[in-house]
Design a protein around this ligand. Structure first.
Ligand SMILES: [Zn+2]
Length: 159
């Protein structure tokens, strides 16, 4: 693939990941993540010559521009295990964030008969769905309406 094609593809998939434009190293003034040697890492303290920027994850959170969404159907089972499931969601986020610093939860909201969890990228939404499915069984469905860069995850268990 030619370089221009690649740049255009990256732009289509993630308008927030404008890697070429970042100073290396840079540190996010919101969350403290460091862009260094071409990747995002948690480095504390950040390199002394780091410039300030706002990382793609913080920009997505600000704009509510999700890369994945998880729908948990509100059922008798979910009501009963809600606290446990919410703790599990936070744990998955913490685990993923350690190695993939841009994977974050944007929002968790109750809408009608669903709990809707939006994440910055596809990966975290999928991991949340898989973790709940592993621990609680039920039905898990993944759909990729726009290719691999955006996922909708559906989980439900009646009782
Ligand atoms: Zn940030």
């Amino acid at each position: 693939m030619k370089r221009m094609d690649k740049l255009i593809q990256e732009y289509i998939h993630d308008p927030y990941f404008t890697k070429e434009k970042y100073h290396d190293p840079s540190v996010c003034e919101r969350c403290g993540v460091v862009f260094h040697d071409g990747i995002f890492e948690w480095i504390n303290p950040p390199p002394a010559n780091a410039e300030k920027f706002i990382c793609p994850a913080c920009r997505r959170i600000e704009d509510k521009y999700e890369g994945g969404v998880v729908y948990l159907k509100i059922s008798p089972y979910l009501q009963k295990h809600k606290e446990e499931i919410f703790n599990q969601i936070k744990n998955v986020e913490e685990e993923e964030m350690r190695y993939r610093p841009l994977e974050r939860i944007i929002s968790i909201e109750e809408q009608d008969d669903e709990i809707v969890i939006k994440t910055t990228y596809e990966h975290l939404a999928r991991r949340i769905g898989e973790a709940i499915h592993r621990a609680h069984k039920g039905d898990l469905k993944l759909s990729y309406p726009e290719g691999k860069k955006y996922v909708r995850v559906y989980w439900q268990r009646e009782e």
